[in-house]
Write a protein that binds this ligand. Sequence first.
Ligand SMILES: Nc1ncnc2c1ncn2[C@@H]1O[C@H](COP(=O)(O)OP(=O)(O)O)[C@@H](O)[C@H]1O
Ligand SMILES: [Mg+2]
Length: 243
Amino acid sequence: MAEPMLKVEGLTVYYGAIRALRGISFEVAAGEIITLIGSNGAGKSTALHAISNIIRKTAGKVFFNGNEISAVPPDRIVSAGLVQVPEGRRIFANLSVRDNLEMGAYSRRAVSSAGRQAVRADMEKVFTIFPRLKERIRQVAGTLSGGEQQMLAMGRSLMASPRLLLLDEPSMGLSPILVDEIFSVVKGINETGTTILLVEQNAYKALALASRAYIFETGEIVKSGFSGDLMKDDAVKAAYLGG
Ligand SMILES: Nc1ncnc2c1ncn2[C@@H]1O[C@H](COP(=O)(O)OP(=O)(O)O)[C@@H](O)[C@H]1O
Ligand SMILES: [Mg+2]
């Protein structure tokens, strides 16, 4: 097998005395959609934060395209093409849609006229994926609906030209129609060549979209495999797919 795009080895994270991750290991190959499934508090967001290096790892290593990034500053991880869309969106509520999108491109912003042109071209690409954002380009982000805010958070991350996109519960709190829309956008982003690591509580939809999955329970990966196999697994069905 070729070198995986993302390789996580023995990742352990403590919050004070609480061990949130207990030496987890997993891999994502280029082009894949991989999902991390598990109940609330299982450690999924912690895993994404530790990969992005926005929280401290107690132990373990992370490799991106074969290079160890365990100690690389978060902004340089983003520039290298590994970009996280945080849980709960975290858009800049007081800024316009356009300004939020431009913030996503900050690592390349205004360095040259070619850089600015690339940012404009990327913004047009984001508008092809999310036409609703173009209609609302001057709107203050805090006044967008929940679904639109999720689109903005994803659009902002796409402005950083990710090769690997980490998505933390993008469907959380959305109506069923918007959930379907977000899942179909994730599929579309993957089809244009971006590898996806998707954290979801909507296990059924996540397994239907992803080729493989890792199941988290209290800071450990208790099961992993091809989505199709996991969907037929009795324990998985009982715990995550409503029996
Ligand atoms: N900043 C924090 N400080 C202390 N404990 C935390 C913090 N963030 C998460 N935790 C704890 O770590 C565990 C894993 O949380 P999290 O990674 O957010 O789970 P998930 O994303 O799977 O719901 C939980 O027990 C949670 O309460
Ligand atoms: Mg979480």
